[in-house]
Design a protein around this ligand. Structure first.
Ligand code: ADP
Ligand code: MG
Length: 718
């Protein structure tokens, strides 16, 4: 309230006139603490009240703005006396308009006969008269905020109305010129962009549509430019780091490929080739392999690890869960041990090795050893390929000559864990790669991440801009389509009968319980309750198992193994089994509360079945009434009609935004406010600009404000 204190961008919202403790609290909840925050709180949409229409030209049903004098204004009670009705008559040179408002008795205090007023709304026919009901209004002034112009409509949350926000923000606009413009003139000129202060002013109170379009263009550019710069800069930085060059020996590669029980798909061959080329370079690969569930990413990883191990370096693979790590350990050993490689498994608690027997007779000799011993063997270089969970990045682990780090299902990991793994080669403290491989120089390992989440092209360029992306866009031959059905509440009985029939035919079934708002505890409860219900009420004669993230790893593994061996018919689980697990006899996937998951994720669950020879089904249980064509039904139906993970990902991006894909990249990333992650055309254009700009100033030395913004994103990415 202190007007004598000069306001600036850092002035806290509390000191603004009209912002009491109550409003301040609401603003803080939205993260709006300073004047600058308020200025950067953009409208969601606009109402165009800019054209003022003579009253005689108004037509019922058309949104219009009129300007006139109040001839009459008075409150009266409704017939049942529960409501106050304010009735007014407003006149301009061409005619009169009746106006009513409900339950705003104070209006007669602010509006008096003779006042000049601007009204915006939709006149309608009412008892043979044209009336404007509850129009937006404002007394005529040179500084109209609510009518007579293009009017901003803000996201109305936390009990903050657009009207209130307009009232607060308009007087702050005189401060926009204190906002520092991060872009240099040359760039603005090249891209035809207006300056930032003008854009911020116009995004709130544009004088016309052209100005609004210019403002949106500028602000959208900035949002994308910063993300793209960050990615490209990161990429350039990595390109300067050193890594060991892994030679490609064609005959050895051929030996490996010939040893497989199947031939690689063309897509797999292409991706292998991309990796070969990366590994040969003496700076680190940073590649993401993306391939639908079942597309065969593991063998591509195995191939890369084989090349590295044959060149006498070590490779490491990190899986998101112990079950998956174990599965990879078993699967990869089968293809790698016959070539004389030693494979180690290291998880939170256990350690195992598979290698050829010293007499060369018994292959896959399986040794349980102490964790400490395995850690020592890895350090001494006796283990060629280490597989594990995030226990791999525990401080103790050192490699003798790590040249390749692979992360499976990368979106499931924290960025810090991936980063730690990447640094475990040469740059991390106490690593020995430096001494053994490149004595005078730090080496990064080549880095490969794998994901089944298809990442739309627009996100590859933006959020994943620091990575090269390879796509396995082909499934191995003979894969069957999985029949997908939406099951609303009233169809449950029938679905349960369907499951019983399949189980009696010898098949097995997964039941995934819904995610309860990110809370593990609630997840657990949902799964335990469902397990109880299914085992006691629905399938009392079947064996129903339960698997959840809170279990001890040993327990999890036993349950998963029992399920694999067919010792239980139905496995109820939280979303922990989302990735990777292979149970060929499971032919039905039930997903409870399907509406709570993203399409890409549902598609991944679905990929858990159809891995064997049996016709497989995915049943999406939902509590919404699927007879109605709601958004939810439509969204889930996309899954019913579509088996292509890529297409599903695109619709996910459109419907739910990029959160689904960011995984842990999310932290610290602000969502786009103006630009759209689906706007590939704009993204490509801004990317060109970012590349051009980095070509001139790779370290962003000439643009400190921009640099700071880019670094704040880099920080979140790290
Ligand atoms: P994902 O991409 O989901 O990780 P996996 O690597 O687990 O898929 O492969 C799924 C299954 O397909 C495995 O059993 C694997 O042995 C098999 N597979 C992989 N590539 C081929 C291929 N080219 N031909 C036939 N089967 C393959
Ligand atoms: Mg996999």
């Amino acid at each position: 309230m202190c007007y004598n204190i000069p306001m600036n961008l850092n002035t806290s919202v509390e000191t603004l006139s009209g912002v009491g403790a109550n409003y301040a609290k609401k603003l803080h909840k939205l993260g709006l603490n300073t004047v600058e925050d308020l200025l950067l709180y953009y409208p969601r949409r606009y109402e165009d009240f800019s054209t003022i229409v003579p009253i005689s030209k108004t037509r019922p049903g058309e949104s219009i703005t009129i300007k006139g004098n109040i001839w009459q204004i008075a409150n009266k009670k409704s017939r049942n006396r529960r409501m106050t009705i304010t009735e007014a008559v407003v006149a301009d040179d061409t005619g009169t308009m009746k106006v009513t408002w409900f339950n705003q008795p104070f209006l007669t205090k602010s509006l008096k006969m003779g006042d000049e007023i601007v009204l915006a709304g939709k006149p309608e026919f009412n008892y043979g008269q044209i009336v404007m009901i509850s129009p937006a209004w404002e007394k005529l002034s040179v500084d109209l905020k609510h009518v007579g112009r293009i009017v901003p409509v803000y996201p109305e949350t936390e009990g903050l109305t657009s009207k209130w926000l307009r009232y607060q923000i308009k007087p702050l606009l005189k401060l926009v010129f204190n906002i520092k413009d991060p872009l240099p003139e040359t760039l603005k000129k090249r891209e035809g962009l207006t300056d930032l202060p003008s854009a911020v002013r116009a995004i709130h109170f544009p004088n016309n549509k052209l100005e609004l379009a210019e403002a949106r263009k500028r602000l959208a550019f900035d949002e994308l430019f910063i993300i793209l710069l960050s990615g490209l800069k990161q990429k350039m930085g990595m390109a300067k780091e050193k890594a060991v060059s892994v030679p490609f020996e064609e005959n050895k590669a051929k030996e490996f490929v010939d040893s497989l029980s199947f031939s690689l798909t063309n897509a797999q061959k292409r991706v292998c080739w991309e990796i070969i080329k990366d590994l040969k370079k003496d700076h680190p690969m940073n590649r993401l392999v993306q391939g639908d569930v079942g597309s065969g990413k593991t063998i591509v990883a195995a191939f890369a690890m084989y090349l590295v191990a044959k060149a006498k370096y070590q490779a490491v693979l990190m899986a998101p869960t112990e079950i998956l790590a174990k599965q990879h350990f078993d699967g990869l050993s089968k293809v790698l041990v016959p070539f004389g490689l030693n494979i180690g498994l290291i998880t939170g608690k256990e350690a195992q090795i598979k290698r050829q027997n010293s007499k060369g007779k018994i292959q896959n000799c399986n040794l349980k050893i102490k964790r400490g011993e395995l850690i020592k063997l890895i350090k001494e270089g006796d283990i060629d390929v280490a597989i594990g969970t995030h226990a791999l990045v525990s401080d103790k682990l050192e490699f003798k000559s790590l040249a390749l780090a692979i992360v499976d299902e990368q979106h499931r990991f924290g960025v810090d864990q991936r980063q730690a793994l990447r640094k475990r080669s040469g740059l991390g403290e106490g690593s020995t790669l430096q001494e053994r491989v490149e004595p005078s120089d730090g080496n990064f390992p080549h880095f490969l991440s794998m994901t089944a989440t298809p990442i739309p092209r627009s996100l590859q360029l933006t959020i994943f801009g620091d990575l090269d992306v390879s796509v396995i866009d082909e499934l191995p031959p003979g894969r069957q389509e999985i029949t997908t059905k939406l099951v609303s509440h009233d169809k449950r009985e029938a679905a349960y009968e369907f499951i019983k029939k399949h189980v009696s035919d010898g098949r097995q079934c997964f039941v995934i319980c819904p995610l309860v708002k990110e809370s593990e505890k609630m997840d657990l409860k949902a799964a335990t309750d469902e397990h109880k219900n299914l085992s006691e009420n629905i399938f009392p004669n079947l064996k129903v198992g339960l698997l959840h993230g809170k279990m001890k790893s040993k327990e999890k593994e036993e349950i998963m193994n029992d399920f694999k061996m067919g010792k239980c018919d139905i496995l109820v689980s939280t979303s922990v089994i989302e990735v990777g697990v292979d149970v060929p006899n499971a032919s039905i996937m039930v997903i409870e509360g399907a509406e709570r998951f993203g399409l890409a994720q549902l598609h991944q669950f679905r990929g858990r079945v159809g891995r064997g020879e049996h016709k497989s089904y995915c049943l999406l249980f939902t509590n919404t009434n699927t007879n109605f064509d709601t958004t939810t039904t439509k969204r889930l139906n996309t899954l019913v009609t579509n088996q292509d993970g890529f297409k599903l990902a695109e619709s996910d991006l459109e419907i739910r935004g990029p959160g689904e894909f960011m995984g842990t990249r999310q932290s610290g990333w602000s969502d786009l406010k103006i630009a759209k992650f689906t706007d590939i055309k704009l993204i490509s254009k801004v990317r060109d600009a970012a590349q051009w700009f980095l070509g001139k100033d790779p370290e962003l030395k000439t643009v400190p404000v921009l640099k700071e913004k880019v670094e704040s994103i880099e920080y979140a990415r790290e």
